[in-house]
Write a protein that binds this ligand. Structure first.
Ligand code: NAG
Ligand code: NAG
Ligand code: NAG
Ligand code: NAG
Ligand code: NAG
Ligand code: NAG
Ligand code: NAG
Ligand code: NAG
Ligand code: NAG
Ligand code: NAG
Length: 441
């Protein structure tokens, strides 16, 4: 039995080291091995000197959405192509169009255009299907219908047939920060489209795809979130590791009682998305707390709390992903929406949680409302379940697709040796511990 228990801890240590190595080596996420963003270009018609293409951005990542201020898609033209017009998006810069003497000046003459989505308030005649969401694209696992963004480009000075057209190169995707690496454009079988009356199929004249994958290692030097633990059977609160999210520069953090916080405009997000963090020992924007709350005959209960420490960010469409052996059979989740990753991935112990629409789907800026909470009721698997050796704590935690730093396994709250008696007492201790944990930094 002991050997069995020791081995999961070893596995945890080994796999986290392995994971770090993987992050260095390539963009591969064990909880979302096929996750990618695909950019598809469908040539819908040829023009006298180019083509009109529909560009579709599909977020095929299970739990990583592209949040505000949205995606930025860039590429380099292979020859002298220009963008005459664009619907449902715009380029960040027009570039030098001075050689166009005709009445119609192109929308963009840059060799390496960068395209951004329009806002929902865009005029109707500039819109396009699936456009104008400020570049925000939901995670596929959370809301497949919102996991797509699209625009239409009219390209000139380009090839006018599938033999002469040159594919754009060097695609880049910001979503909204760095972290994505895009492969080369590849010609794929032409897309088929169903007409609105569903009675006829049409076909793109030519289609090419670009696949972009995310790597947390490329996205940021430090994690963005950390995890803390507590339990009803031990009054130790295992807080987030010190400097979990980096302490190189804490001259900019704000104490929770600072006068600055009552100044107007303090919460306004910056263009560069720079956070304004509350001063903590972990210096993370997000902390996830897992409290082992209660023990029943066939079930056990855990409480999950997510706290925002960034005064400049409301997280909309947030997601939380937790891996734990008992999550192969969540019995009930209170006050969050949730689903297993299992139907989509070769993983059966991982669950995705997200806010309920209009109730807690927005994680508010740091402060009194800057937290969301839920409880999960888990079924005990007689063969594996135990409170010993920190087994009841998650193996991996992701917030918005970013992996959160866990405390070292040997600091988890341990089950005291004389545990049996405690198990029959109520969870009053646990509840007061959680209160403590909420104010504990
Ligand atoms: C991108 O993700 C989709 C959906 O999971 C998958 O079908 C496709 O194979 C992936 N593409 C690549 C190149 O991994
Ligand atoms: C191209 O991208 C689309 C999604 O936009 C996807 O359905 C299709 O499978 C991709 N084709 C290839 C060959 O990867
Ligand atoms: C190019 O178009 C011709 C017809 O115009 C078609 O026969 C051919 O299969 C197309 N090639 C590709 C790669 O789409
Ligand atoms: C694409 O990037 C490579 C390496 O960064 C560069 O050598 C090449 O010139 C670029 N191609 C275009 C068309 O900009
Ligand atoms: C960061 O804060 C910690 C504790 O609040 C302090 O000990 C340390 O000197 C600070 N570091 C910097 C670079 O300000
Ligand atoms: C810390 O941040 C401040 C303001 O952003 C900057 O002026 C300073 O140079 C930074 N210090 C270090 C050590 O990075
Ligand atoms: C967060 O949302 C609230 C309510 O909509 C708003 O008052 C506040 O300014 C927002 N904060 C940020 C940082 O966007
Ligand atoms: C999951 O729960 C069902 C009953 O809800 C039970 O029959 C099944 O054995 C459980 N599976 C595992 C792997 O615990
Ligand atoms: C879950 O996956 C593991 C490893 O892939 C496998 O050994 C185990 O039997 C699976 N459990 C269930 C309930 O499917
Ligand atoms: C509580 O857990 C800690 C480890 O985090 C351990 O050192 C301590 O002995 C435990 N308390 C009891 C009463 O077992």
């Amino acid at each position: 039995m002991c050997a069995k228990l020791a081995s999961w801890k070893m596995k945890l240590l080994v796999s986290s080291c392995f994971l770090a190595l993987l992050h260095l080596a390539a963009a591969y996420d064990p909880l979302d091995p096929n996750g990618n963003v695909t950019v598809k270009w469908d040539v819908m018609s040829w023009t006298s000197d180019g083509y009109i293409a529909m560009v579709t951005i599909n977020n095929f990542q299970m739990f990583r959405h592209i949040g505000s201020p949205g995606w930025k898609l860039g590429w380099s033209w292979d020859k002298k192509e220009v963008i005459y017009g664009i619907l449902g998006a715009q380029t960040a810069e027009q570039g030098d169009c001075s050689k166009f003497k005709e009445t119609t000046i192109p929308h963009c003459c840059k060799k390496d255009p960068t395209v951004v989505d329009l806002l929902p308030s865009a005029p109707y005649n500039q819109q396009f299907t699936n456009c104008c969401k400020g570049g925000v694209v939901a995670a596929w696992g959370q809301d497949p219908s919102s996991s797509v963004s699209a625009f239409q480009v009219t390209v000139g000075l380009a090839g006018t047939s599938n033999k002469t057209v040159k594919l754009p190169r060097n695609f880049t995707l910001l979503g909204p920060g760095p972290g994505y690496t895009c492969g080369p454009a590849k010609v794929v079988p032409s897309s088929l489209f169903l007409t609105t009356d569903l009675r006829r199929k049409t076909q793109a004249l030519m289609t090419w795809n670009v696949t972009c994958t995310f790597s947390q290692f490329l996205a940021r030097k430090n994690p963005n979130c950390c995890v803390s633990f507590s339990s009803f059977y031990n009054d130790t609160i295992t807080s987030c590791p010190n400097c979990a999210c980096g302490c190189q520069n804490n001259s900019t953090c704000v104490k929770s009682d600072s006068k600055i916080l009552s100044e107007a405009g303090i919460n306004v997000p910056r263009k560069d998305n720079a956070p304004l963090l509350r001063c903590t020992r972990h210096m993370c924007a997000i902390r996830v707390h897992w409290h082992v709350k209660q023990n029943y005959m066939d079930y056990w209960r855990a409480k999950i709390a997510i706290t925002n420490f960034n005064y400049r960010m409301n997280y909309s469409l947030w997601t939380l992903v937790i891996q734990h052996p008992s999550l192969n059979n969540v019995t009930q989740v209170f006050s969050f929406d949730s689903k297993p990753l299992a139907p989509y991935q070769p993983i059966n112990d991982t669950w995705m949680f997200y806010g309920m629409k209009y109730y807690n789907d927005m994680l508010m800026q740091a402060g009194p409302s800057g937290n969301v909470q839920s409880e999960v009721l888990l079924r005990k698997d007689k063969n594996t379940f135990t409170f010993k050796e920190g087994w009841a704590f998650p193996r991996r935690v992701y917030f918005n697709g970013d992996e959160c730093l866990l405390p070292p396994p040997d600091t988890y709250p341990y089950l005291p040796n004389s545990a049996n008696r405690i198990f029959s007492t109520s969870s009053a201790l646990g509840t007061s511990l959680l209160l403590l944990a909420t104010i504990f930094l």
